[in-house]
Design a protein around this ligand. Sequence first.
Ligand code: PMP
Ligand code: GLN
Length: 391
Amino acid sequence: MTSTERPLLNRRLAEFGTTIFAEMSALAVATGAINLGQGFPDTDGPEEIREAAVRALRAGHGNQYPPGPGIPRLRTAIAEHQLRRYGLSFDPDTEVLVTAGATEAIAAALLALVEPGDEVVALEPYYDSYAASIALAGGRRVPVTLRPHDGAFRLDLDELRAAVTDRTRLLLLNTPHNPTGTVLTRAELTAIAELAVERDLLVVTDEVYEHLVFDDAEHLPLAAFPGMRERTVTIGSAGKTFSFTGWKVGWVTAAPALVDAVRAVKQFLTYVSSGPFQYAVAEALALPDSYFEEFRRSMLARRDILAEGLTAAGFEVFRPAGTYFVTTDIRPLGEKDGFAFCRALPERAGVVAIPNAVFYDDRQAGAPFVRFAFCKREEVLREAAGRLRRM
Ligand code: PMP
Ligand code: GLN
């Protein structure tokens, strides 16, 4: 085979195609539909933080390569945030790494910690970059499926235990969980921690929605559970918490040896990124508790508007305990194929959503589920709900 006949994209990534977020956002632009697909807010975060970025840029802070691990001020702010919120203490110099969003943190962690052939156990449905990053690392993905039960998607701990083999290298967790909105409970996290210790597993935990938990749900960082501090890579992101998804400032907190390993990969992916924005995010992390509480409350109000609108439109709604996504079941509408439904929805109703099937190995298991994002202005959510009801 000549080099032009051979497929250009390497075999590891061939199955992935274009991410659903790009496809659906392009569809929203092309049709003028309301985009409740890709999870980005339609209003920017706090004005004072925007101004902090402008000030940094004008002052020449971060316009040249920032330090590889991230600017000291931001690493300190990340450590202080983990201490203030969770009582977890990290050394800003050895236990914190700034990344190009959570996406790079996920990729770098998996490329660093997984050898070809290692098994990675991940909750399914999974955020789409997990599967691609595991594949790039040459790992084998072993999904453990969250299943609907009493109005929420729940983890079966026996299934999780059964998924772990002698080849399992790490658990890849996500809580609050995209796309289902599930927040793992203290009992579940305790069991996961016990399993990780017993089987000597590393854990990568994606906690980018840590500030978006509702009702009586509580975000508990896995790193705080017994035996986990030394084996857990925790991932956070400014994109979600401060509504600046385009800035791409994320971070890793972990024990020094884990941070070293992740940094060894990260230095060859981007080396560094987001110079001036790092200064602004350092200020954002130091905002008073009232900012985080108001942000949470405003998303809670939007969740209720969208959840009620979708219920009125005939969807079965899984009211999320966290994140800014709501997963629905379309079968009560007489539909069963989320892909076909989402591709037709902009024409039918002027709304864009995401078919959860893309987050499943077993596409059939995810077929009837469709995700809507509620990080949009209330009037936009009401308009979208009205369109869906009239559909
Ligand atoms: N993890 C999850 C669960 C997400 O939903 C997203 C999307 N924001 C990311 C990671 C990526 O975050 P970032 O934009 O910071 O790369
Ligand atoms: N995390 C966002 C979501 O789930 C999308 C981010 C992206 O487009 N990569 O909608």
